[in-house]
Design a protein around this ligand. Structure first.
Ligand SMILES: *Cc1c(COP(=O)(O)O)cnc(C)c1O
Ligand SMILES: [Zn+2]
Length: 423
């Protein structure tokens, strides 16, 4: 069936500026629907838009959350608001002390620990839920490496929906508790994230009213990551940075930050200046970094073994598109050891006062490595995406951090403990 412009305009769903789903592989278009795979070639589907009347002024007049970009997202015109618990518009921190430590001239840290459940996943879940409601789903579900579990269970609780969250049984205790507290259904599955993901795909086919945010409503979910790109540009005063470093799990976030930058440029909301996109992985789960280094277009799946569990996807759905994006923009993908991840967490904390989870450690450490390798330009304006909160991955640092000293309650003992530490 071929679709004319008019048949696309009369879609049954109000998903704002979204007009169709289009296949990333073959370009085939279908009307907006709860679909995620191309009926022609099984390639992943992506939202296609027709944007109207988007201006800096209309965005700036909007809510102080991701919904200020509603005109650029696949959500209903009257998207349901939860004013005090909406994700987005997190801090963009001028990171001068980290810049000096790394040897960068101009550096910003996008601090997404400030979202309702302390990771960037609140953005994608909010968009997925809004689209899922319009598409007729009634249960919010996901397979998760942790942060998505938190965000899905919390968003469902807020909206009064049931949730079904699947996690690998090896997940950090903190991420289990911070999901369970929202009182949805939480299933710990014996297996890796990739096993859990496969199970979710099976369950999505069996339960028509379950919206697995990152499986059967993935095309809509993924668009939520564009808001990171929009915010960085708006917070820089409506400009694009010269280079951005993004942690890579499935790879969706990286490709959508790029999509967000491109849309702003083509809509005339920013000058379409060139920028480079860099991907960051942990060596213990670095299938995309390896493919980049070896010059491959396909990503060979791996079995993850790293403390960066939020990034531990061994078979990343968007891996090939990450490779396309970094190659097209002149960036790179690199990976760092768990030791370097912990160093990255500590460097960010002691220079900027921001406590990131392991994914943030991956980003900081990878930026350091890319600089040392001459791949990041020390003179270009740089943004690091810090996507999750260190309080959720205390295990990663618990055996290396503690009190400077444990002392009796006397000033003499304190003096002895301070010896050589304080000027
Ligand atoms: C999920 C996640 C990512 C990566 O997201 P993808 O879009 O799957 O690449 C990055 N950081 C944190 C903290 C995450 O939870
Ligand atoms: Zn296709």
């Amino acid at each position: 069936m071929t679709l004319t412009a008019s048949s696309l305009a009369t879609t049954a769903f109000d998903l704002g500026p979204a007009r169709a789903l289009s296949c990333r592989e073959c370009g085939h278009r279908i009307p907006l629907a709860p679909e995620f795979a191309c009926p022609e070639c099984f390639g992943p589907l992506e939202v296609a838009y027709e944007f109207v009347d988007v201006t800096r002024t209309s965005i700036e007049a909007g809510p102080r959350s991701i919904w200020r970009y509603r005109q650029l997202l696949p959500v209903p015109h009257d998207v349901q608001r939860h004013p005090n618990t909406e994700p987005g518009l997190t801090r963009l921190i001028k990171a001068d002390r980290l810049a000096a430590a790394l040897g960068l001239r101009s550096l910003w840290v996008k601090d997404d620990t400030g979202n309702p459940t302390h990771s960037f996943k609140d953005r994608v879940v909010a968009v997925a839920l809004a689209a899922a409601r319009e598409l007729g789903f009634t249960v919010l579900a996901c397979p998760s490496t942790g942060n998505l579990a938190n965000a899905t269970a919390a968003a469902a609780a807020r909206a009064g929906w049931d949730s079904v969250v699947l996690i690998p049984s090896s997940l950090e205790q903190a991420k289990v508790l911070t999901t369970a507290v929202y009182d949805g259904t939480l299933l710990a599955v014996d297996g890796t994230y990739d096993d859990v993901n496969r199970l979710a795909t099976e369950l999505a086919a069996e339960h028509e009213d379950w919206a697995f945010v990152n499986v059967n409503v993935r095309p809509y979910y993924a668009e939520g990551s564009k808001t990171l790109g929009y915010e960085v540009a708006e917070q820089l005063g409506w400009r694009l940075p010269g280079q951005v470093v993004v942690p890579v799990a499935s790879g969706s976030q990286l490709t959508k930050v790029d999509k967000g930058f491109q849309e702003l440029g083509s809509l005339g909301l920013v000058e379409p200046t060139p920028y480079r996109v860099f991907g960051a992985q942990a060596t213990g789960c670095s299938p995309v970094s390896r493919a980049f280094a070896e010059g491959h277009d396909v990503v060979q799946p791996v079995r993850p073994d790293t403390i960066a569990r939020s990034l531990a996807i061994g078979n990343p759905a968007d891996g090939p598109y990450v490779l396309d994006t970094v190659r097209r923009t002149g960036g790179a993908v690199a990976d760092v050891s768990d030791e370097e991840v912990v160093e990255g967490i500590r460097l960010l904390a002691r220079t900027e006062g921001v406590f990131a989870e392991t994914a943030g450690g991956v980003t900081v450490a990878t930026a350091k490595k890319l600089l040392e390798a001459g791949q990041l330009d020390p003179d270009a304006e740089t943004v690091l995406l810090i996507t999750g909160d260190g309080l959720k991955t205390l295990d990663a640092v618990s055996d290396r951090l503690g009190p400077t000293a444990t002392v009796p309650a006397t000033s003499k003992a304190v003096r002895a403990a301070l010896e050589g530490r304080v000027a």
